[in-house]
Design a binder for this molecule. Structure first.
Ligand code: ADP
Length: 249
């Protein structure tokens, strides 16, 4: 199948090919008993077109890192740059604009709007971002077709299987042609068939040039990524090219 999912991929800032550049970020959460130092000087870069998987034990700061990259949270110290632009000092509305321009987020629990059709779930984010409805509908239809759920466009998300629901969530994340797709445990709540469907989709997106940063505990998902970043205790412990997948035997 020809892959046009990311045909109009916006380019990150011309002065850098870094889609993400996180420098020495710290994030501490105040909790009743004692403060939790979720990030303790973590660095992360993602180049345009890379597929990077973040792994590490529960509580090591993976989701906190993803939230900083998404502009959903801000670090206490350190800097986050997206497509060459620093998020430091941006207020909530400026961060919302940055998210609309650059970020597509796939949440673990899908975050679908059950009262709307499958198509509307993809149209909505684009319309909110300022795309004209006709254009948004046309791109949404194309995305659903390419993701293999075009025949479900007029139905409620309730009719979809777990893997199909996650594919719809990914279609939503792609609606605004984001610089980078972020996903937190995208296969975490799926059975093995659903997980395989979603993994195949991420592979296709990556081959089409989409930049992807995801958090996963799922080794096959991490193996599909070109790079695995291992976090421990709020820092990056190792950062390297993953073992290539077996091509054929
Ligand atoms: P991971 O994704 O690696 O499991 P997280 O980034 O979710 O880890 O969490 C790192 C630590 O920060 C954990 O101890 C978690 O309980 C704590 N934490 C994360 N978010 C919050 C929050 N909003 N408020 C309080 N503590 C938090």
């Amino acid at each position: 199948m020809t892959d046009t999912l990311v045909a109009q991929q916006p380019q990150p800032d011309a002065t850098t090919d870094l889609a993400v550049d996180v420098t020495t970020v710290y994030r501490t959460f105040d909790q009743e008993t004692a403060p939790v130092r979720a990030l303790r000087g973590a660095d992360l870069t993602v180049r345009a077109g890379e597929f990077v998987a973040v792994m590490g034990p529960s509580g090591c700061g993976k989701s906190t890192m993803l939230n900083l990259v998404a502009g959903l949270d801000v670090p206490d110290e350190g800097e986050v740059m997206i497509a060459g632009e620093s998020l430091s000092g941006k207020d909530e509305s400026a961060l919302a604009i940055m998210r609309r321009q650059h970020i597509g987020i796939v949440f673990q629990f899908f975050n679908l709007l059950e009262g709307m059709t499958v198509l509307e779930n993809v149209v909505m984010p684009a319309v909110i971002a300022g795309t004209r409805r006709k254009a948004a509908e046309s791109r949404a239809s194309d995305l659903l077709d390419l993701l293999g759920i075009g025949d479900k466009a007029k139905q409620s998300p309730e009719v979809l299987s777990g893997g199909q629901r996650q594919r719809l969530a990914i279609a939503r994340a792609l609606a605004n042609e984001p610089t980078i797709v972020l996903a937190d445990e995208p296969t975490g709540s799926l059975d093995s068939d659903g997980g395989a469907e979603v993994l195949e989709l991420f592979r296709r997106l990556h081959h089409g040039g989409q930049t992807i940063l995801l958090v996963t505990h799922d080794q096959p998902v991490a193996d599909a990524a070109g790079r695995i970043v291992l976090m421990k205790d709020g820092r990056v412990e190792s950062d390297g090219t993953s073992v290539p997948e077996e091509s054929s035997t």
